[in-house]
Ligand binder design. Structure first.
Ligand code: 1HE
Length: 259
C-alpha cells in the first residue's frame, strides 16, 4: 500500500499534538480506501510523545463520506470485508493510545460522521451540517454509525436522519449531542488546540480510563459496569501520578475547579 504518496491525509506535529488533515478538498474529503488506510497507518504509528490527536478536514468541508466512485460492484463477502475494514480503522481511532478530537466544518456526512463519532471530542464550527445520505442512496451505514451514533444522539434521531434525509445544522447538532463544542467559523483549530493541551496535561491513566475503559462500562450491564468502575477507580488512585496530584491540591499547589 502506497501511503502518503497521494497525500490523502497530511500530518503535522505541534506541542505533543498530532494534527491529521483529511486532504482531498476537491472531492470534499470523500473517503476512498486509500484515505482510510492512511488514517490506519497514522494511528498504527503514533509516537509515544503524542498526547492528543486532532482530525480536521482541508477545504470547505470536513468530509462528504464514502467515496461513492469506489462503490463498485461488490459481492456480499466483499461488502462485509469493506465495512469491516472501516470498523477496524474506526476502532483504531476510538481506541488510540491517546484521546482524539475532531474539528468539524461544512459537510459531516455519511462516513465523515462515522469518523467524527469515533473521536472522543467533537468541536463544530457554525458552518457544520450533519447528514446520513445512505438512506437516500439506497445503502446502509457501514463504518460503525449504527453502534456509535445512537450513543451520541439516540436511535430515534439516527432513524429519522436515514429515513427522511434530515440534515442537522451546527446549532441543532450541538443541542442533540453530535458535538460537545460549537464555535464560530475559523475558530475550530484554536479551540481544538486549547482542548488538546488540557487533555495532554492529564494523567495518562485518566485519559486511558476514559477512552478505553468507559466505553466498556457503557456497554456492560449495571453490575459488571459498577465493578469495572470500582476496579478502575482503585487502580487510578493507587498510581504515583494520582498521589502527587492529590498532594499538590491539598498543599495548595494546583488549580481549583474552574481556574
Ligand atoms: C464526491 C463525494 C462522494 C463529493 N464521493 N465524490 N456521501 C454523500 O452522499 C455525499 C455526497 N456529496 C454531496 O452531497 C456534496 O458533494 C456535498 C454537500 C458534500 C458538498 O457539496 P459541494 O457543492 O461543496 O461539492 P460538489 O460540487 O457536490 O462536489 C465536488 C466534487 O466532489 C464533485 O466531483 P467533480 O469531479 O464533479 O468536481 C463531486 O462528485 C465530488 N464528491 N462528494 C465521491 N461522497 C463506510 S460506509 C459510509 C457510507 C457513506 O458515507 S454514504 C454517503 C456518501
Amino acid at each position: 500500500m502506497e501511503l502518503h504518496t497521494k497525500n490523502e491525509i497530511l500530518l503535522e506535529e505541534k506541542e505533543q499534538v498530532l494534527i491529521i488533515s483529511l486532504n482531498r478538498p476537491k472531492k470534499r474529503n470523500a473517503c476512498n480506501d486509500s484515505l482510510i488506510l492512511a488514517l490506519e497507518h497514522a494511528f498504527d504509528h503514533l509516537a509515544s510523545s503524542i498526547k492528543c490527536v486532532i482530525i480536521r478536514g482541508n477545504g470547505t468541508h470536513f468530509s462528504a463520506g464514502l467515496d461513492l466512485s469506489e462503490l463498485k460492484e461488490r459481492d456480499i463477502v466483499q461488502g462485509l470485508q469493506h465495512s469491516q475494514m472501516w470498523h477496524r480503522v474506526m476502532n483504531k481511532i476510538q481506541f488510540a493510545s491517546c484521546p482524539v478530537v475532531a474539528i468539524l466544518h461544512g459537510a459531516v456526512v455519511g462516513g465523515g460522521l462515522e469518523i467524527a463519532s469515533a473521536c472522543h471530542i467533537r468541536i463544530a464550527e457554525k458552518s457544520t451540517f450533519y447528514a446520513l445520505p445512505e438512506g437516500q442512496r439506497g445503502i446502509f451505514v457501514g463504518g460503525g454509525a449504527s453502534v456509535r451514533l445512537p450513543k451520541l444522539i439516540g436511535a430515534a434521531r439516527m432513524t429519522d436522519m436515514m429515513l427522511t434525509g434530515r440534515v442537522f445544522n451546527a446549532e441543532e447538532g450541538e443541542r442533540i449531542g453530535m458535538a460537545q463544542y460549537l464555535v464560530e467559523d475559523g475558530e475550530g483549530m484554536t479551540k481544538g488546540m486549547e482542548i488538546a493541551q488540557k487533555i495532554a496535561s492529564n494523567a495518562g491513566l485518566t485519559n486511558y480510563a476514559l477512552t478505553h475503559v468507559l466505553p466498556k462500562i457503557v456497554d456492560s450491564n449495571q453490575q459488571e459496569g459498577l465493578m469495572l468502575e470500582s476496579l478502575m477507580a482503585a487502580i487510578a488512585q493507587d498510581a504515583p501520578e494520582a498521589k502527587k496530584r492529590l498532594t499538590d491540591f491539598l498543599e495548595g499547589r494546583s488549580k481549583k475547579v474552574g481556574e
